[in-house]
Write a protein that binds this ligand. Structure first.
Ligand code: FE2
Length: 238
C-alpha cells in the first residue's frame, strides 16, 4: 500500500548545540503564503538517534541525519507530529507519545511524567493541569537542557526570516515574539475552563534545574533560560 506524506519544507542545517544534542530549524505551512518556523531536537546515544518534535528533512538534510546515526526513536511530547508517519514508514523507529486520539499510528510507549525515556540522564515533566498535556523533557547535562514543544517558545526577530513574510507578520500579531515565551495560543487552548490553571505547572517547571531551552519553535536559548522563563511567567495572567 503506498502512502503519501507531507513533503519536506524549507529548513536550516542540523546544528550540534551540545555534544550529541542537535537542533534543526525548519518551517511549517499554516495557510496560503503563511509559513512559520518549527524546530526539531535530535539526541544521539550509542549511535542511536532520538527525534523530538520531528521535522521531515530534504534529501540532503536526510543524508546528514543518516550520517549522525540510526533513527531509532521518535518522541511526540506535544502537538507537533505531522511528519511522524513519514519517519515511522522510513525508519520503523520505536514510537514514544503522549496519549492522543487520532494519531493514525500506535505508539509503542506512552510518555508519562518521570517515565522511561530512550536516552539516559533525562526526565519527563508533565503539564498536569493542561487539557491536552505537553511533556517537556529535561536533560540533566550541560547545566540542564529543557526541551519543549509549544509550551515555551523562543522566537527572536531573526527567526522570523526563516518563515514567510506573512508568517512573520502573523507571528508578531499573535504575540509569539520574545525569549522563553509561553506560547500564547497554546496556553489559551490547553487552559481548562474551570478548576486549577497552569500557573501551578509553571511553578513546578521553574523548580527544575536547567540553563538552556530547546523549543519546538524558534531558536536555542542558551545560558539563561530559567531566569528568562521566570520573568515571562511573572508577566502572564493565568
Ligand atoms: Fe507548535
Amino acid at each position: 500500500m503506498s502512502q503519501t506524506f507531507p513533503p519536506s519544507t524549507f529548513h536550516g542545517p542540523i546544528k550540534e548545540v551540545f555534544p550529541d544534542i542537535f537542533y534543526v530549524q525548519g518551517t511549517v505551512k499554516m495557510g496560503p503564503a503563511v509559513q512559520i518556523t518549527r524546530s526539531m531536537v535530535i539526541i544521539r546515544e550509542n549511535g542511536e538517534l532520538s527525534l523530538i518534535n520531528a521535522i521531515r528533512l530534504g534529501s540532503e538534510g536526510e543524508a546528514e541525519l543518516e550520517k549522525l546515526g540510526q533513527v531509532k526513536h521518535l518522541l511526540k511530547i506535544g502537538s507537533h507530529g505531522m511528519d511522524n508517519p513519514y519517519y515511522i514508514d522510513k525508519y520503523q523507529p520505536k514510537v514514544w507519545s503522549r496519549k492522543e486520539v487520532g494519531l493514525g499510528y500506535e505508539p509503542d510507549v506512552m510518555i508519562e511524567e518521570n517515565g522511561e525515556l530512550p536516552f539516559g540522564n533525562a526526565t519527563v515533566f508533565k503539564f498536569q493541569n493542561a487539557t491536552s498535556p505537553e511533556f517537556p523533557i529535561l536533560l540533566g547535562r550541560e547545566g540542564g537542557v529543557l526541551i519543549t514543544c509549544d509550551s515555551v517558545q523562543n522566537w527572536s526577530k531573526k527567526d522570523l526570516k526563516i518563515g514567510s513574510f506573512i508568517g512573520g507578520i502573523v507571528t508578531r500579531l499573535l504575540g509569539f515574539l520574545g525569549p522563553a515565551k509561553i506560547g500564547p495560543m497554546w496556553l489559551k487552548t490547553v487552559t481548562p475552563e474551570a478548576g486549577p490553571n497552569l500557573s501551578f505547572d509553571f511553578e513546578r517547571l521553574l523548580a527544575l534545574d536547567f540553563k538552556h531551552l530547546l523549543s519546538g519553535h524558534g531558536s536555542p536559548l542558551l545560558g539563561d533560560a530559567k531566569n528568562t522563563l521566570e520573568k515571562q511567567v511573572r508577566k502572564v495572567t493565568f
